[in-house]
Ligand binder design. Structure first.
Ligand code: PEP
Length: 246
């Protein structure tokens, strides 16, 4: 089953709109990442889709004003955590070390993880080999010390999201090509296949996926699904996306 993961970022503005989006997307191949304030309402009302947090902190509790605890998220019925999204790395200065601590905390709390990796435009302009070296370094740092044996029963998926392909609000960027992203997905699987890494992670592609191009990204066998931001918030687009993959 190929996965459709929807990252709503800091949208929509009201719980009513959030529930309307989640009821449209309530299928068992969907993972929803709503803003934290809507988690409880969405978990209560979704029957088939799984729900995740867009971010979390590495401590379970304590004097950390404003943070989101993985243990609290789990107790609400949340199943997934999105970790290392490029917007968090860019705007909130999340380092690979912080990403690594977040992954460990999410697994320890019983959450599955989608780890986002992706190279900036300046790296991709130097060619595919430079992009691969960048991704390998991110994977090795982000997953440092994580052994599959310690986290049995948890799922790890990698979202390959080239930063230059991610849309910014209304500004849509050109997506990667399905061929290049499938090659990168294969490379990620090869990089993570030897022990001690968690075995056989699924690899998703993210970056300006929409109703027009989704079929092409879901076709290659190396790509196990897509992570969609902007297009998952537009109802007409969402309906088409869901009908493409039904
Ligand atoms: C994302 O936020 O992970 C993303 C892929 O966004 P978009 O689909 O809007 O490019």
């Amino acid at each position: 089953m190929k996965i459709l993961a929807f990252n709503w970022k800091l949208n929509p503005l009201t719980e009513r709109e959030a529930l309307s989006l989640s009821s449209l997307s309530d299928r068992k191949d969907v993972i929803l990442f709503p803003p934290a304030v809507f988690l409880d309402a969405i978990v209560q009302r979704t029957k088939r889709a799984e729900v995740g947090v867009q971010n979390l902190f590495w401590e379970a509790e304590g004097a950390f004003t404003g943070e989101l605890s993985p243990v609290m998220a789990k107790s609400l019925g949340v199943r997934w955590a999105l970790v290392g999204h490029s917007e968090r790395r860019r705007y909130f200065e999340e380092t690979d070390e912080m990403v690594n601590k977040k992954i460990k905390a999410a697994f320890a709390a019983g959450l599955n993880v989608i780890l986002c990796v992706g190279e900036p435009r300046s790296v991709r302009e130097r060619g595919i080999r430079a992009a691969r070296a960048f991704i390998r370094k991110q994977l090795v740092s982000d997953l440092s010390g994580i052994r599959s044996s310690e986290f049995k029963g948890r799922d790890l998926a990698i979202a390959y999201e080239p930063i230059w392909a991610i849309s910014e609000g209304a500004a849509h960027h050109p997506s990667d090509t399905p061929k290049d992203s499938a090659e990168m997905a294969k490379f990620i699987k090869q990089t993570l296949s030897p022990k001690p890494y968690p075995l056989n992670p699924k690899v998703l592609y993210g970056g300006s996926v929409n109703a027009k191009n989704i079929a092409a990204f879901l076709r290659p066998k190396e790509i196990d699904g897509v992570l969609i931001g902007g297009a998952s918030l537009q109802k007409k687009e969402l309906v088409k996306i869901l009908s493409t993959k039904s």
